[in-house]
Design a protein around this ligand. Structure first.
Ligand code: F6R
Length: 613
């Protein structure tokens, strides 16, 4: 979602700000802008609807310079997608860029209106600019002092950078519920909502804590906590692997396609040094966690979207393999209900980005509520979720740029299955089952490579979906969440309405939908539920439905006019089928989106990192 970059330097920073915005593009946005103050003290602002590229083109036509500036990519929340609503926003000498949502902005505007302020935009952000300006006019002080005074008036979430044209050597910032990081450079300091924006210029970072107020010049950094006390925050060195090469998709047409095909490699990365002498090892866990895990009698998983689906799969694994009851809940529901904490319950927060607003909020409200501990499973080691959880396990998917999550999902599943076995090892799991699951995990990269061989068949099928408005996905057991994931991928990138059901639910309603225009995608493996699935398929065929069956070669299905079979190889270990069967779902969604010519990597209305509710 929205991204912010700020810089104060001895040199011109306009090009750096634009490059920083490009590095934040993957998060999703719909307009972009920047504002700088030049050596003559003149404020320059440029904003455009659409891609950063459009802003860059505009910057060529209307060159913009300055040694201090802020830039922003906006994902519209309050106010339409227009240039006037794009950030930065201005109130005379005060310039503001903001991530998050100010929930009481209308109330604040009414008060400011009475004082003579008029908003040019429909955004909640412009209110912050006016509020700062009003405070400065009334009571004066530095921007840091002004922020400290106005913060109690702002309800919502925010990462804010503010610049004062009359004091153009300082950037001031604060955050609550929306991350900000300082990048320490040479004769320059930088601010951003995501360190990725700062990779070319900074390796030393200071992560801002909730409520901190910061003031940076080109050579100084000052930080105060939310009570206004001066504090030191640790400087950490991060040599983040710069694999965010926005020009390079290699031989692939889209990032999503690249990321699908990277899965065997990144699963190998995730497994590396974690399977030793036939046992799962997590070197990042110290000894203390083993004692804690030995006590676990319940697991509560919280996540959103695709991450929620991986949590759902792991519920089957936790309960089947180690007999630990597991509940999985969508973070946006969990955070607002009066939940009961089970005895000896471990909280697992699952998130690719580690910045998802609802998941982060859920983690925060569970503090001191009685969970044994919190464990983040995440792809981003410097994320808020990782920093705020008691323990963390990193998936090693590498940066994911396509908005539709692919490699992060299968990596989450891999780490979750390893965690199940790790807990099993502590709790005295049957050693034969343990070895067979670990063996199956090591086969994953090869299995996934093999699935790629059916891509051509899937691409051919995708043409059948070009005129379809709806699709139904069915699965049972641990493949039911994979049906949900398949439906989510399809709707996200092809805009076809897709629903997933546990196949046993068909008779309880969805059968009414069946006709020849609604393709039914069935994911079925050769397990104890195969015959049940066959009956479900008969029920669909009897009502004139068209079925696409993803199953192993020898599952006993025969192609006909209304049955298409997409065979995977034989005798795959049942426990890892959810991971392996995810790949054809990703390929199906990808190829359908390809024939429908949608914006696959940046589907409409969506953002990669959902940092607001
Ligand atoms: C869909 C997708 C989203 C995310 C969700 C949570 O392809 O990627 O549903 O899974 O927004 O994001 P994270 O995992 O970053 O918390």
């Amino acid at each position: 979602m929205c991204g912010i970059v700020g810089a104060v330097s001895k040199r011109d920073i306009a090009q750096f700000l634009l490059a920083g915005l490009r590095r934040l593009e993957y998060r999703g946005y719909d307009s972009a802008g920047l504002a700088t103050v030049d050596s003559k003290g003149k404020l320059n602002r440029l904003r455009r609807v659409g891609k950063v590229e459009v802003l860059m083109e505009a910057a060529k036509k209307y060159p913009i310079q300055g040694h201090i500036g802020i830039a922003h990519t906006r994902w519209a929340t309050h106010g339409k997608l227009t240039e006037i609503n794009a950030h930065p926003h201005i109130s005379e000498n005060i310039v503001v860029a903001h991530n998050g949502i100010i929930e009481n902005y209308k109330f604040l505007y009414e008060r400011l209106y009475r004082k003579g302020y008029r908003c040019m935009s429909e955004t909640d952000t412009e209110i912050i600019a006016h509020l700062v300006h009003w405070e400065q006019k009334q009571r004066g002080g530095t921007l840091a002092e002004i922020i400290l005074r106005i913060i109690p008036q702002l309800y919502g979430t925010y990462g804010i950078i503010i610049m004062d044209v009359h004091n153009s050597n300082v950037l001031t910032a604060t955050c609550s519920g929306s991350p900000l990081v300082i990048g320490c450079g040479m004769d320059a300091n930088f601010l951003a909502s995501d360190p990725i924006a700062l990779l070319p210029v900074a390796h030393r970072f200071v992560f801002i804590e909730e409520g901190d107020i910061i003031e940076v010049t080109h050579c100084t950094i000052k930080i105060w906590n939310k009570f206004g006390q001066s504090v030191n925050r640790p400087e950490v060195e991060y040599f983040i692997k710069d694999d965010y090469d926005i020009e390079s998709k290699g031989p692939y047409q889209h990032y999503m396609q690249k990321e699908i095909f990277e899965q065997p490699k990144v699963i190998k990365d995730t497994l590396k040094n974690r399977i030793i002498n036939g046992a799962i090892i997590f070197p990042e866990f110290g000894q203390s966690i083993n004692k804690l895990l030995s006590k676990v009698k319940h697991i509560q998983i919280i996540a959103c979207g695709t991450s929620y689906h991986s949590g759902m799969v792991s519920k089957y694994w936790f309960e089947e393999l180690v007999r630990i009851p597991c509940d999985v809940e969508i973070a946006s529901e969990f955070r607002y209900r009066k939940f009961v904490v089970r005895k000896d319950s471990l909280l697992i927060v699952l998130s690719q980005s580690g910045e998802t607003a609802d998941t982060l909020a859920a983690l925060r409200i569970t503090k001191n509520m009685g969970y044994l501990s919190s464990l983040a499973i995440c792809n981003v080691d410097y994320s808020s979720l990782v920093r705020e959880s008691d323990f963390c396990l990193l998936i090693k998917a590498g940066i994911e740029i396509g908005v539709a999550s692919t490699k992060a999902f299968t990596n989450q599943l891999t780490v979750l299955l390893m965690l199940v076995i790790y807990i099993g090892q502590i709790k005295g799991m049957n050693s034969k089952i343990q070895s067979s699951v670990i063996h199956a995990i090591t086969l994953l990269p090869d299995y996934i490579e093999q699935v790629f061989s059916i891509e051509k068949g899937i691409a051919n099928l995708s043409k059948n979906f070009i005129d379809k408005q709806h699709a139904l996905f069915l699965g049972r057991g641990s493949l039911y969440p994979i049906a949900m994931e398949g439906a989510l991928k399809l709707k996200e990138i092809s805009y076809i309405h897709a629903e997933a059901y546990a196949a046993g639910e068909l008779k309880h309603g969805p059968l009414a939908l069946i006709n020849m225009n609604i393709p039914v995608i069935v994911i079925v493996t050769k397990n104890n539920l195969l015959d049940k699935m066959k009956s479900n398929i008969e029920e669909i065929l009897a009502r004139g439905g068209n079925v696409y069956i993803f199953s192993e070669y020898n599952s006993g299905f025969i192609e006909s006019d209304n049955i298409k079979i997409i065979p995977l190889f034989e005798n795959i270990e049942t426990i890892i089928t959810p991971i392996v069967y995810t790949i054809p779902m990703q390929l199906l969604a990808y190829h359908i989106a390809l024939v429908k010519k949608t914006d696959i990597d940046k589907p409409r209305n969506l953002a990669k990192s959902v940092t607001v509710e």
